[in-house]
Design a protein around this ligand. Structure first.
Ligand SMILES: Nc1nc2c(c(=O)[nH]1)N[C@H]1C(S)=C(S)[C@@H](COP(=O)(O)O)O[C@H]1N2
Ligand SMILES: [Mo]
Length: 201
């Protein structure tokens, strides 16, 4: 007997090393959204990079798609305890985005902002040196709307709530400012290997 999508304990030793404490493996990609799923037409889609309140650069969908594209294969871990191995993504590394805007990180922290009003904070170091991207494709196809299409943040080494769906901007902030879930009891950083699920973990 097996429940769909629940594969439980990893069977292979190689997989066991890849599942953080308190997590179990799933074999499909669950959808988790706090509110209604927004419709964003690529014709009106825009992405803005800000330093504090000051916009530094805005890209249209066409401009964004002309940036260097990178592929990533990563394991992802949701705070609700599911983990999915070997997910395949394609998009623009945050390094390449900053290079296109000709800026070096002016502060140590960022907030990601989304079309649905969602936000989440990530230290700049966690978005750079190939660690994170704005993903436009999943599994070789345009990112589905449920999973954040047209574009989402992907920060695979942190719990998946940090990977903001329907992203429309990144903002450098002076201080580490809590985002949507961080204000509602989730951990300010969210390392799955340290089980940083809730504020005081
Ligand atoms: N804009 C936005 N991004 C979001 C969320 C959301 O509600 N809105 N939910 C977060 C949470 S809690 C998780 S676990 C993942 C789920 O992504 P998925 O639906 O593609 O699995 O998206 C994160 N990003
Ligand atoms: Mo989540």
């Amino acid at each position: 007997m097996a429940t769909r999508g629940f594969t439980g304990r990893p069977r292979e030793p190689e997989q066991r090393d890849r599942v953080p404490p308190g997590q179990h493996l799933v074999d499909y990609f669950p959808v988790l959204t706090a509110g209604p799923t927004p419709h964003i037409a690529t014709e009106s889609w825009k992405f803005t990079l800000k330093v504090g309140p000051r916009p530094v650069k805005t890209w249209t969908w066409a401009e964004f798609n002309a940036l260097p594209m990178t592929k990533m294969v990563r394991d992802i871990h949701c705070v609700t305890t599911w983990s999915l191995l070997d997910t395949t993504w394609e998009g623009v590394l945050i390094d390449d985005l900053l290079a296109d805007a000709f800026i070096e990180p002016p502060t140590k922290f960022l907030l990601a902002h989304s079309y649905d009003g969602y936000s989440t904070n990530v230290p700049a170091d966690d978005l750079l040196t190939g660690k994170a991207m704005i993903a436009l494709k999943y599994g070789g196809k345009p990112l589905e709307r449920d999973h954040g299409g047209p574009a989402r943040l992907l920060v695979p080494h942190l719990y998946f709530w940090k990977s903001a769906k329907w992203i429309n901007g990144l903002q450098f902030t002076e201080r580490d400012e809590a985002g949507f879930w961080e204000l509602r009891g989730y951990h300010i950083y969210g390392d799955p290997w340290k089980e940083q699920r809730y504020t005081d973990d």
